[in-house]
Design a protein around this ligand. Structure first.
Ligand code: SF4
Length: 423
């Protein structure tokens, strides 16, 4: 288990210093990035004051099953949202190599604190109307889809075939899906029931103004009678056609975060369903590190193959409708990753430009080191580095006029770089 280094604050620019040196970046985006990097805990007082009728407090996701009474997410004063990754016992003790932030209650207000000093006020993601209802099969709807303030997420397959023993247990080293699955398999099915999903989405739609986008994201299904991944494509095509019956227009703001498909598979999804955008996560913008971190993806599709499939996806879905996610910071994982932040920044942005100039946007997700992943003993880079990546990616997306409408602060709210698109 990694242990928080006592002197880490002396070895890198502080939150205040990073905010002072990036006057053109919203301080809330910088705070959010640091919270994601270091994690956050709740004081007893803060938890006791949470209004259970108003806040969303439980979540069934592929990376965590959360029912511990902590809010699913924070909202800062300018509307910036932060997803709460539950701090498992190991991560909480280690603070991911640094001290975690703490949400406390001071003068009756929930506040984010760092080292005992108030950083900013916070509020919590609101509970949507569907949350405590049951489907006709008796399934609690909060277990069927998860909710952010502005969208819902559907995770049909709760496992990932890359982790299967038959596939060599070659899942991505930073990913918590396998351990989440292991600890929750007694209480959930591996495949979410499609009738439950359609019924829950219909219920979600009854709440006016609540839903901006439907996102679909789950683990990889490698099987299929035709091509590799046909099983996964069939699952999504069937579900999306059924969801389409709930709407009167041909396309709906939807995002599929999935494995990298062939052009034929992509065309099928685009032409037969309401799907309007597509994401296939390359995870790290470096082929050598990708091969080490994502051995299953590397073996079945490869870094260059993944990239090429994303470029072809732009032909199918059109400009501004395709992107790829990176786990920002994981490029420093030892022993294969970078050792110098300058070198990593230069290399990451150079490779990002190749994607963006081909019409593929980049969504920066901050690496949250989880105690239940093979990378539990690693250390994330400095906050300054992560902000430089966000600023660099934002500049590139502006240079190539790459709109990130389907994955920006309005629609997703999880990516520091696309949060910057608001200015
Ligand atoms: S493809 Fe990699 S990151 Fe995605 S669910 Fe599978 S193991 Fe996790």
């Amino acid at each position: 288990m990694a242990v928080a280094q006592e002197n880490w604050r002396d070895t890198e620019p502080s939150l205040d210093e990073v905010m002072a040196s990036h006057g053109d970046v919203s301080p809330y985006v910088i705070i959010k990035t640091d919270v994601q990097r270091r994690g956050v805990l709740f004081s007893k007082k803060a938890l006791q004051a949470v209004n259970h009728d108003v806040a969303a407090l439980k979540m069934r996701g592929i990376y965590q099953e959360k029912e511990n009474g902590e809010p699913n997410g924070l909202i800062l004063n300018d509307g910036t949202s932060i997803i709460m990754e539950e701090m498992d016992a190991d991560s909480a003790k280690s603070g991911r190599g640094r001290d975690a932030f703490v949400v406390d209650l001071i003068d009756g207000k929930a506040v984010l604190t760092d080292n005992g000093t108030v950083v900013t006020e916070v509020s919590y993601w609101p509970k949507p109307d569907y949350f405590d209802k049951l489907t006709s099969r008796g399934t609690p709807m909060w277990q069927v889809v998860n909710a952010r303030p502005q969208r819902i997420g559907i995770a049909m397959y709760q496992f990932c075939d890359f982790w299967k023993a038959g596939a060599g247990g070659k899942g991505c080293k930073f990913c918590a899906i396998a351990s989440t699955c292991k600890t929750t398999k007694e209480k959930k099915d591996m495949l979410i029931n499609e009738d439950d999903v359609v019924e829950t989405v219909a219920e979600v739609l009854k709440q006016p103004g609540r839903l901006r986008m439907i996102q679909l994201c789950c683990g990889t299904l490698l099987g299929g009678e035709g091509e590799l991944l046909d099983e996964e494509v069939n699952m999504y095509a069937h579900l999306l056609r059924r969801l389409g019956e709930l709407f009167s227009t041909k396309k709906i703001l939807t995002q599929l975060i999935a494995t990298a498909y062939t052009e034929k598979q992509l065309r099928r999804l685009y032409e037969e369903t309401i799907l309007s955008s597509y994401t296939a996560d390359i995870e790290v913008l470096n082929e050598n590190i990708f091969n080490w971190l994502c051995p299953g993806k590397a073996e079945r599709i490869g870094y260059k193959g993944w990239k090429e499939r994303l470029f072809r996806a732009v032909d199918v879905f059109g400009e501004h409708n395709v992107n790829t996610g990176i786990v920002s910071g994981v490029e420093f994982s030892r022993p294969v990753g970078f050792t110098s932040e300058e070198e990593a920044l230069e290399s990451t942005l150079r490779e990002a430009e190749d994607f963006i100039s081909h019409g593929v946007g980049i969504a920066q997700t901050v690496w949250q080191i989880r105690g239940n992943t093979p990378l539990r003993n690693q250390r994330a880079p400095s906050l300054e580095y992560l902000i430089q990546v966000a600023v660099g990616l934002d500049a590139l997306q502006r240079k190539y006029r790459q709109e990130v409408y389907f994955d920006d602060f309005r629609t997703c709210g999880n990516h520091p770089n696309t949060d910057l698109a608001r200015i």
